[in-house]
Design a protein around this ligand. Structure first.
Ligand SMILES: Nc1ncnc2c1ncn2[C@@H]1O[C@H](COP(=O)(O)OP(=O)(O)OP(=O)(O)O)[C@@H](O)[C@H]1O
Length: 336
């Protein structure tokens, strides 16, 4: 666990960048530091590996104040990924990843073999290993940056806007890959972003900062959407938060009604449309009990008959949810 204990940072000649922040970043989880520009996110992140020292207060890793620790040793256990990857331009991709393990005492051959494995894990095949960073796309460079940070197998990773320099489609792909990787590795990660949607998507815990380096709220993404602490957080989290919060709940407990007569099924029992006079209208998609309530809501709204169809693992229809029943369910859930 990383602990900020009443941390203050005042830059000489500047204002207060971080103002009495107390925060816990749980072990094995991804904590996102998010907030508007200049609110102290990067300063806070860099206090974890001592690139910046607090003016007062303490930063502890697993209960030990890092101020008293050997700086080189401390950083060995902390990977660092920055925007635009920050790769060494005159080294190949392979050597970018293998450099730190060599410095830590691995033979060049061992380090290179491990580096190839890491590149593969972040989705880069062997053909990229011999290239130089400038010969890669932005998204590929970010992947190398992540592989390089992982090379020393540090328990802690600091990531400063790691996905912001790539276009939205590549970012989406990197998010998915990164979440899968983190599921396997379970690193303790602190990530800075200014993008609340990214924070909500990736974070186990989200710490929202406001101007002046003050913590506005620390919560799970779902809590932030359902119960923002104040108007600043509500505004920062953005519109549609009620609908967005439904992404975090599955349809497992949603009661379904029996299949109605106007639902058309194929021979295998799979839904193929809604009968409407002489026409058959499209179902517009189906859900399973492990899908989110947000998907079910979307299906019920967009269905030509206001009804979402549930299917089982074989794709057979096994129940329906009408939009008014869904509304009743959501209202009852809110009240409980
Ligand atoms: N070396 C420095 N000297 C003086 N002031 C600084 C220094 N570094 C940062 N600041 C100031 O401290 C405040 C917090 O900066 P910081 O970079 O931590 O914010 P941030 O939330 O990461 O911002 P951004 O999202 O724009 O990167 C800002 O007002 C900034 O101008």
């Amino acid at each position: 666990m990383i602990t900020f204990d009443d941390v203050v940072k005042v830059y000489p000649g500047g204002g207060t960048a971080v103002d009495h922040v107390s925060l816990e970043l749980p072990t094995g989880k991804l904590t996102v530091l998010v907030g508007p520009s200049g609110c102290g996110k990067t300063t806070s992140l860099r206090m974890i590996n001592r690139m910046i020292s607090p003016t007062s207060g303490r930063v502890l890793i697993d209960g030990k104040d890092i101020a008293g620790q050997d700086e080189a040793l401390l950083r060995r256990g902390i990977g660092y990924v920055i925007q635009n990857a920050g790769l060494f331009p005159h080294r190949t991709v392979l050597d970018n990843v293998a450099t730190v393990p060599v410095l830590l005492g691995k033979t060049r051959r061992e380090a290179r073999t491990a580096a190839l494995g890491l590149l593969e894990r972040v989705g880069l095949s062997e053909e990229f290993a011999k290239r130089y960073p400038a010969q890669l796309s932005g998204g590929q460079q970010q992947r190398v940056g992540v592989a390089r940070a992982l090379a020393a197998d540090p328990p802690v990773m600091l990531m400063d806007e790691p996905f912001s320099a790539v276009d939205p489609v590549v970012r989406e792909q990197l998010h998915r890959e990164f979440l899968r990787l983190q599921q396997d590795l379970g690193k303790t990660i602190a990530m800075v972003t200014h993008d609340i949607d990214e924070a909500i998507k990736l974070g186990d815990v989200v710490a929202i900062f406001r101007q002046g380096g003050v913590l506005a709220q620390v919560a799970t993404p779902q809590e932030l959407l359902v119960a923002p602490a104040d108007d600043f957080v509500a505004e920062f989290v953005g519109r549609d938060r009620g609908i967005r919060s439904l992404s975090f709940d599955t349809a497992a407990e949603l009661p379904v009604a029996a299949l109605p007569d106007d639902l058309v099924l194929d021979e295998a029992g799979r839904p193929s449309g809604w009968r409407s006079g002489s026409q058959v209208l499209p179902t517009g998609g189906t859900f399973t009990s492990s899908d989110s309530l947000r998907l079910v809501t979307d299906l019920a709204i967009t269905s030509p008959v206001g009804t979402a169809v549930r299917v089982n693992g074989d794709g057979k229809a096994d129940g329906v949810v009408r939009h008014h029943d869904l509304a009743d369910y959501l209202a009852a859930r809110r009240a409980s």
